[in-house]
Design a protein around this ligand. Structure first.
Ligand SMILES: [Zn+2]
Ligand SMILES: [Zn+2]
Length: 80
């Protein structure tokens, strides 16, 4: 029944969870500011497909280029 985070191994709740685009594992993603959940991954932007996806911290460490294209507040504003 209980699904576990692929990154930290702790149970995920139904709301603050996402699925990694690379490995398909579920991981913790805090969707609201007040969520008492740490994020075990992040959103990244796929420049090739002009899409956004989610990547867990494990894949992020294996694909550091993803973090470079990640959407950080204040970054990439020159593109707009
Ligand atoms: Zn986790
Ligand atoms: Zn992953």
């Amino acid at each position: 029944m209980e699904e576990l985070c692929g990154v930290c191994g702790e149970p995920v709740d139904e709301e603050n969870v996402s699925r990694c685009s690379l490995c398909g594992m579920k991981f913790h993603m805090a969707w609201s500011i007040d969520a008492q959940v740490r994020s075990c991954g992040r959103v990244y932007s796929d420049d090739v497909r002009c899409a956004i996806g989610f990547v867990c911290n494990i894949c992020l460490s294996e694909h550091p280029e993803l973090s470079q294209s990640s959407m950080d507040m204040g970054q990439g504003s020159a593109l707009w």
